[in-house]
Design a protein around this ligand. Sequence first.
Ligand SMILES: Cc1cc2nc3c(=O)[nH]c(=O)nc-3n(C[C@H](O)[C@H](O)[C@H](O)COP(=O)(O)O)c2cc1C
Length: 202
Amino acid sequence: MTLTDRFDLGEPMPAPTASPEHERRLALRRSAPAQDLTKPGPSPAQIQRILSLGARSPDHGKLFPWRFVVMGPQSRADLAEKLKALVAQKGLSPKSVAVLAKLTAAPVSILVVSTAAPGPKPVWEQELSSGAVCMNIEHAADALGFSASWITDWYSYDEDALPLLGLTAGEKVAGFIHIGTASEPLLERVRPDVAAITTTLP
Ligand SMILES: Cc1cc2nc3c(=O)[nH]c(=O)nc-3n(C[C@H](O)[C@H](O)[C@H](O)COP(=O)(O)O)c2cc1C
């Protein structure tokens, strides 16, 4: 029997089974520094797969309150030039230019845009859903053997930068998920003391 992970609407799906490999991947996933992401990156088919897996995220009300912009190197280089001009025009700090290295390095970047709007479900929940999408894109990239980095930086919040990113009124940047191969080994970072932030109730 050929195993498939595609099901028709309403079709019963298999119950989860324990997967030590999946568990291990979750335990080992680490973000790469975005400026250290290099080739190889995902192929067009792999990008589509990553987006499909990312879009498979919890979403109260089935509103799909997010959209994707797949950005190759050229579009990000062009965007970085426009952002540099904006930095000069607004007199922003030199660091605002330095961080653009994180925007342009990776072979491919997926801009996740939150399209949350007042409606049947709280905007907060719609925005949380876009964060879940970002995380699932990171997990999908990891599953396909790539590293990723979730970056926002100043241009995700600057009202003059947002039109340069192609955002329309009311839209927000959930994140740029940069995807590629880390040029250096990734080092473990500090992790929370889970027991200290956990309350267990009977
Ligand atoms: C919403 C969001 C925005 C972030 N924006 C930035 C950013 O602008 N610049 C940055 O260096 N890291 C940013 N980070 C943090 C990186 O993704 C960071 O490398 C990552 O959280 C490392 O943790 P991990 O190895 O467990 O994935 C952001 C993280 C989140 C969740």
